[in-house]
Design a protein around this ligand. Structure first.
Ligand SMILES: [Zn+2]
Ligand SMILES: [Zn+2]
Length: 147
């Protein structure tokens, strides 16, 4: 990791190393607030802007990317070798991942047919998850009971 950053022209300080490690421990879809909380639990002296700047740096060197789902929270997702899609529940804001190998094949083909060289894919499905759907059905049923 140290070497990797050096090749990109960045220095790895102990503080930076701790922030990076925290990010990768948290794993998927980390918001600045979540990372800040985790970092603060390890070192109280680190400020919010330091955490934010380092998160930006993680993106800049290509280890993570921003995920914006339109709910006002920017999440940061570690970049995986295998691309994945997102299922986002608009009700409880739960974010699930699913494999997209086949889909990416189709998309790459589609791009190729149009002489377009794809660099990245973003596959997002927004909707309502099973839990929320069940919940809303229960609500409807209990409302009917009251009638
Ligand atoms: Zn993801
Ligand atoms: Zn849900």
């Amino acid at each position: 990791m140290k070497e990797f950053l050096r090749t990109k022209g960045f220095k790895m300080t102990p503080q930076r190393e701790m922030i990076f490690r925290s990010f990768f421990e948290l794993g998927e879809h980390v918001s600045v607030d979540e990372l800040y909380d985790k970092v603060r639990s390890l070192d109280h002296s680190i400020g919010y802007s330091t955490v934010w700047r380092n998160l930006k740096l993680i993106c800049k060197v290509g280890l993570a990317e921003e995920v914006n789902l339109g709910d006002g929270i920017t999440r940061y997702d570690r970049v995986t070798k295998i691309p994945h899609g997102h299922l986002f529940c608009l009700t409880c804001k739960k974010l699930e991942e699913f494999p997209v190998d086949q889909l990416v094949g189709v998309l790459a083909e589609t791009a190729g047919e149009r002489d377009f060289t794809p660099e990245s894919f973003k596959i997002e499905i927004k909707g309502i998850c099973k839990d929320c759907l069940n919940k809303s059905e229960e609500e409807i049923e209990s409302e009917e009971d009251n009638v």
